[in-house]
Design a protein around this ligand. Structure first.
Ligand code: SAM
Ligand code: SF4
Length: 365
């Protein structure tokens, strides 16, 4: 059939092909898309899913992104910093639990104290298991010098979502104050590559004003930027943000809208897998905010990375980027058991004790 021929094109797909696949709605055609993507996953990265224990260590942020629940102007949020020893203890737990890697995430800060703190923290984290723990950092835009210091301290992956590859759409989602510039974010991704990081990026899917063409362009952006890891997920409303309130007021957050964003998120995973082949792709928690089985569906659509939350239980309710965030009432041990069941239900296995680096990174280096 025409669809099968299209699915065979894989990395040779055109922008229009990407748009066509992202626009599928027929359940049988969707299943064919997911099956084709899962087959590429099995061939290129294997039916093994890797964990990155996620430590959300602080919700302080100098930015004011109009969609995000922990934006600077949200005064309903109680700000926290995790005690250094607690971070190290959580990291040790992560290592002992056999998660190969850790992701260190927070709001954005650029002050010297923060930069020094993260640098020293990375050094200490690398001592766990004698450097046995893979380490991804995700703390926003920084200078090249800062990225270099953290790389030299032992961080080897960095995650910075472009959010959208469309600069005009980006502008509608951020304050126009000179501190939320698409070009700066794009330049950061180039710096990270230059320094030698495995570079991760991604977008939010189903944003107000975003078209299927925008999403197809995002996937081509990943390819053009030679990205190694993709962390993307549906946009989910946070009730106390400008964008969230506008979306609700416009009547665009019905159950049908949410389901639509979930399906768009799954299609993005599948089409990205077909087009980029050997990169790591995360089934992010936001999928599960929209559907109880969101993350399993992500794995079946071609994702191979899960990010179990390791954040201390007492801080989870203060790190709500969006409403209905799952796992807020759980502790790390529960998340481990829950996720291994999810992986097994898909028919994959967990790559315990391994870093699970992006094959794409080594392919070109
Ligand atoms: N502050 C850093 C940054 O922005 O790069 C790292 C942490 S930030 C909370 C991580 C990601 O959360 C952002 O890149 C954004 O895509 C996502 N996010 C924020 N608000 C969201 C929302 N309402 N729905 C879905 N994802 C959201
Ligand atoms: Fe801060 Fe990141 Fe949220 Fe933007 S998305 S407000 S930088 S935590």
């Amino acid at each position: 059939s025409a669809l099968q021929a299209l699915l065979q094109k894989q990395e040779r797909m055109t922008r229009q092909d990407l748009v066509t696949l992202l626009s599928l709605t027929d359940p049988e055609e969707l299943q064919a898309l997911y099956d084709a993507a899962y087959a590429v996953k099995a061939e290129k990265v294997g039916r093994v899913d890797y964990y990155r224990g996620l430590i959300e260590f602080s919700n302080r942020c100098i930015k004011n992104c109009c969609y995000c629940g922990i934006r600077r102007d949200n005064e309903e949020v109680e700000r926290f910093d995790t005690v250094r020893q607690d971070i190290l203890d959580m990291a040790q737990w992560t290592y002992d639990a056999g998660y190969g890697s850790l992701t260190l995430q927070s709001g954005e800060r650029q002050d010297p104290e923060f930069i020094d703190y993260v640098e020293a923290l990375i050094r200490d984290l690398k001592k766990i298991g004698n450097g046995g723990l893979g380490l991804t950092v995700c703390v926003g835009e920084q200078t090249e010098e800062t990225y270099r210091r953290w790389f030299n301290a032992g961080a080897h992956r960095y995650l910075l979502r472009i959010e959208t590859s469309n600069p005009d759409l980006y502008a509608t989602l951020h304050p126009q104050d000179g501190h939320h510039l698409w070009q700066v974010r794009c330049d950061c991704l180039k710096m990270l590559r230059r320094i030698g990081y495995q570079v991760g990026t991604g977008d939010m899917i189903g944003l107000p004003g975003q078209t299927v063409e925008d999403l197809a362009a995002d996937i081509q952006f990943y390819k053009d930027m030679d990205i190694d890891m993709i962390g993307m997920g549906p946009y989910v409303v946070h009730h106390h943000t400008p964008i969230g309130q506008a979306v609700v007021a416009a009547g665009l957050d019905s159950e049908a809208d949410k389901l639509n964003r979930l399906h768009l998120g799954l299609k993005m995973i599948a089409v990205t897998r077909l087009y980029l082949q050997d990169v790591n792709i995360a089934a992010t928690t936001a999928l599960q905010a929209l559907h109880p089985l969101g993350r399993e569906l992500g794995l079946k659509a071609g994702a191979n990375i899960l990010m179990p939350i390791v954040t201390l239980p007492q801080f989870r309710a203060q790190y709500l980027l969006y409403d209905n965030k799952p796992c807020v009432d759980e502790h790390a041990e529960q998340c481990r058991n829950c996720l291994s069941a999810r992986v097994a239900s898909v028919g994959d296995r967990v790559g315990l004790g391994q870093w699970g680096d992006s094959p794409h990174f080594f392919e070109k280096n």
